[in-house]
Design a protein around this ligand. Structure first.
Ligand code: DPP
Ligand code: ZN
Length: 873
């Protein structure tokens, strides 16, 4: 397979101004009539042939200005179609025949539960018709959809519906026109027997927008949360970014088979059902929050992605990093900012840091790729969002807003680069971000080492920060980056001290963002009356690793005194990591540092503390995070050490856990408010811990909660606790009852699968293999694959990393099977094997053998080939 390089980018030789599409949808196939108004690009080298992309298409007709083209005038190539000689401006007509009903890749046009839908990002449009499938071609689309009226009463595409009517043979049509030029990856079409839920939104300038949500009839009662979230997002984007919606209609559609979470097609967002449908009795708090965030994310793309789009796919983070930053600000404003920060940092430190130190490590703006689908990564999305967040921190709220206004104004209707984004921020603020741009160019997680010195005589406190960025594939030498490093200094009595960078300065802040730009830099604080404890990288102000020799007592001190909620939580995490790591390989009877027990006792008993923060602080660092922190991970030892710490904590804190459970048990009507979510989280964590030690009273409480729960959070919480316990009989009874009750609800069945596959107790390999044989499992449905195979390899680490390597062979076998039906999903599943070099020998060899087994298969998809090949290199 061919590697594509950023340095090879050239402007397109031809532009498409207008596209007229007509889809004839039939059960045995779809005919697509595509008429494009094309002209030579005045900015490109002249004399180039016209090349269009196309995959899996049967070409039925080709005309130029209405006249058929002779076979000698064009050439159908492996990835498309080439016409050597064309005039400066012309209309090209293409007729193709495609088979959506057989499309298991879920790219282009396909069928899902009896409805037609599309997914064109990144390169799906080429599976529909011949077209220059690249985001810097922005065209106006007019789309006529024709189908059987009884089967497909709803026919949708982008923009406004301008015409509709009946045809012969019980068929009908609807014509859609999108006034905004857009790249073809934002094209969408939906046809199905769907119910419509309507709502309205009045924009800040007083325009009325029709909000329409389309779902299968059985999901009619699961739309309210998405529509409410949408309205909140629309209002928020007006208030915070001054961005107003631009069409008269905004549509959301839910489909069951979807490779991604959702897609921001212009005016017609298509969602994976699991990321949009919710009701109290079928969706957990986590799902409610995820839906609010994703609905907002896709909506925000209307400006950051659609009105201003990417020049090429190397610029993916231009829209994704910025939009993830925007949705994270939004979630933070809707809920608890500290909790949101903890969740974002946890994901980043666990999964993105792992990616950044593995064989697939790449910059936020990659330099090359084989298959772009492999670059919808945590680095492009989450690290990309952190990079934008750092710009926000460096510029401050007001200048950042000036920068975003300038960016939208300057580039409206254009396809641009991450450099253009940074330039707008520079121009609006007057700041120089040239060194900062390295965040887009250098892969790898910077490490900041911190040392300090307190001079009692001079009353100065000195922090020395030094940074290095580790080597990553293709980048052995790195330069120092521009790191906003927020700090505070905490005095003996727990209060923040003034931070004076000059002696005698008055009005000193107690929170400061130090700007680390050199390889090593020293910051001296004056008039420091006592030796402080430093609070470093407050609010996780940069996506870096911080090393400082904290003592356990200092961490305990920070846990209870840091005014920065994030760092309070982080101190608890560091302490727990330290305790767990010190128990690695120790005998069973090794006891846990009593200070950790005391700290957790405090957390459970202090009713004045912020519940949401306590709920987060009670989560021990995950196995995945502990693995990420190890140079050479011994998974079984990590699992055993963490389990022992959890057991001992639960045993010592039974009374407090019980009291916490009872205190937070009462629940009125279900509401996904931050306060109620925190109570449920605390309650279910306490229950889980108690069942972990097989406490009989807790068993009865769990059974009762399972039977009487009025919302899915409590229902699934009880089920999960039982499944993770040793109460074998209760576990299978509860699992059966749960399935019985929810078997006709795919989203709940997916939870049922993942609770089992992700549990170290219930999810041994034979049990997981049995789930694959379950009638509700479906190899064509990505959510089912993720909820069984993904949950097993991603969460059930003790069983996946079984020392006999059976987990790896299992994964390799299914990756190979899936590669021929859905290469995107197959390639995603390779991720748990990629970092084999960071594991102990047994694991390492087993993972490598699994990768080699996959690599040995001829005709691998580009998707799987790229990940496996780079992992073994
Ligand atoms: N739909 C995906 C997202 O919004 C890709 N654009 O991130
Ligand atoms: Zn996105």
């Amino acid at each position: 397979p061919r590697t594509i390089y950023l340095k090879d980018y050239k402007v397109p030789p031809y532009l498409v101004d207008h596209v007229d599409l007509r889809f004839e949808l039939f059960e045995e196939g779809t005919r697509v009539y595509n008429s494009m108004e094309i002209r030579r690009n005045p900015d490109a080298d002249p004399g180039q042939p016209l090349e269009l992309d196309g995959e899996g298409l049967e070409l039925e007709g080709l005309t130029v200005n209405g006249l058929p083209l002779a076979p000698s005038d064009f050439e159908v190539t492996s990835g498309g179609l080439r016409i050597e000689k064309v005039s400066d401006a012309f209309t090209l007509g293409v007729v193709t025949w495609i088979l959506p009903q057989d499309n298991t890749r879920l790219e282009g046009l396909y069928k899902s539960s009896g409805m037609f839908c599309t997914q064109c990002e990144a390169e799906g449009f080429r599976w529909i018709t011949y077209f220059p499938d690249r985001p810097d071609i922005m065209a106006r689309f007019r789309t006529r959809v024709e189908a059987d009226k009884a089967r497909y009463p709803i026919l949708l595409s982008n923009g406004n519906d301008v015409d509709r009517g009946d045809l012969e043979d019980g068929r009908h049509f609807v014509t859609w026109e999108d006034p905004f030029p857009k790249p073809c990856y934002l094209f969408a079409l939906v046809a199905g027997d769907l119910v419509e839920k309507r709502d309205r939104f009045k924009t800040q300038s007083g325009r009325d927008i029709d909000l329409r949500m389309y779902v299968e009839p059985r999901n009619a009662a699961k739309c309210d949360h998405a529509l409410d979230s949408l309205k909140r997002a629309m209002r928020w984007d007006e208030q915070i970014y001054g961005r107003e919606y631009d069409l008269d209609i905004f549509m959301i559609v839910a489909v069951d088979d979807f490779n991604m979470g959702a897609m921001e097609n212009k005016g017609l967002n298509i969602f994976n059902s699991s990321c949009v449908l919710a009701s109290a009795d079928t969706a957990t708090d986590a799902a409610f929050q995820r839906i609010e965030a994703i609905v907002a994310h896709e909506y925000f793309h209307n400006w950051s992605g659609n009105r201003v789009t990417c020049r090429d796919w190397f610029q993916l983070s231009l829209k994704e990093g910025f939009t993830v930053f925007r949705d994270s600000q939004f979630s933070s404003d809707m809920g608890s900012p500290t909790v949101k920060r903890i969740e974002d940092a946890t994901l980043l430190r666990t999964a993105q840091f792992a990616e950044d130190s593995g064989p697939m490590a790449h910059p936020v703006r990659p330099d090359s790729y084989i298959e772009i689908s492999n670059f919808y990564t945590l680095t492009v999305y989450e690290k990309g969002a952190e990079v934008v967040r750092m710009i926000h921190t460096l510029l401050g709220e007001a200048d950042f807003r000036k920068g975003s206004d300038l960016y939208f104004e300057r580039h409206d209707g254009q396809a641009v680069t991450t450099d253009d984004f940074v330039k707008a921020m520079e121009d609006a603020s007057g700041r120089d971000l040239s060194q900062f741009r390295l965040w887009y160019q250098q892969a790898g997680t910077p490490v900041v080492d911190v040392t300090d010195h307190y001079d009692e005589q001079a009353r100065t406190y000195t922090l020395t920060l030094s940074q290095h960025v580790p080597p990553t594939p293709g980048q052995s030498e790195k330069q120092p980056q521009h790191i906003p490093f927020a700090v505070g200094l905490i005095g003996e009595r727990g209060a923040d001290l003034p931070l004076k960078l000059e002696a005698g300065a008055s009005d000193a802040p107690r929170n400061r963002v130090l700007e680390l730009t050199g390889a090593e830099q020293t910051f001296v604080f004056h008039d420091v009356a006592e030796r402080p404890v430093p609070s470093l990288l407050r609010g996780f102000s940069a996506p870096v690793k911080v090393r400082y020799p904290w003592s356990r007592d200092q961490l305990l001190f920070l846990m209870s005194h840091d005014s920065d909620g994030f760092n309070r939580w982080d101190a608890g995490q560091r302490l727990a990591v330290d305790v767990i790591q010190s128990m690695l390989g120790q005998p069973q009877e090794q006891t846990v540092d009593p200070r950790l027990v005391t700290a957790f006792r405090q957390l459970l008993s202090d009713t004045d503390l912020d519940l949401a923060l306590v709920a987060k602080m009670l989560h021990l660092p995950s196995e995945a995070y502990l693995i990420e922190l190890s140079d050479v991970a011994d998974v079984q030892a990590i699992h055993s050490a963490r389990t022992r710490v959890l057991n001992q904590l639960a045993l010592e804190l039974q009374d407090e856990l019980l009291a916490c459970y009872l205190r937070n048990r009462e629940d009125g009507d279900y509401e996904p408010t931050p306060e109620a979510i925190a109570r449920r989280s605390l309650k279910n964590t306490a229950l889980g811990w108690l069942l972990h030690i097989n406490e009989e009273e807790a068993r009865l409480m769990a059974l009762k909660q399972f039977e009487s729960a009025t919302n899915m959070t409590d229902q699934a919480g009880a089920l999960r606790s039982l499944v993770n316990s040793d109460f074998e009989a209760d576990r299978s009874k509860a699992l059966d009852a749960f399935y019985e009750r929810f078997s006709d609800d795919p989203q709940v069945v997916e939870q049922w699968f993942s609770i089992q596959a992700g549990s170290p107790r219930a999810g041994t390999l034979p049990a997981v293999e049995a789930l694959l044989e379950h009638p509700a499992f479906d190899w064509k449905n990505p959510n089912k694959i993720r909820s069984v195979i993904g949950a097993f390899a991603g969460q059930n680490l003790a069983n996946f990393h079984a020392e006999d390597c059976s987990g790896y062979r299992f994964l390799a076998r299914h990756i190979l099977a899936l590669d021929s039906t859905n290469p995107q999903i197959a390639a995603r599943l390779v991720a748990p094997l990629t970092r084999w070099r960071n594991y102990g020998e047994v694991y390492r060899e087993g993972m490598r053998a699994a990768l080699e087994q996959i690599q040995a298969r001829p005709d691998l998809s580009k998707d799987v080939y790229e990940v496996v090949h780079k992992s073994l290199k």
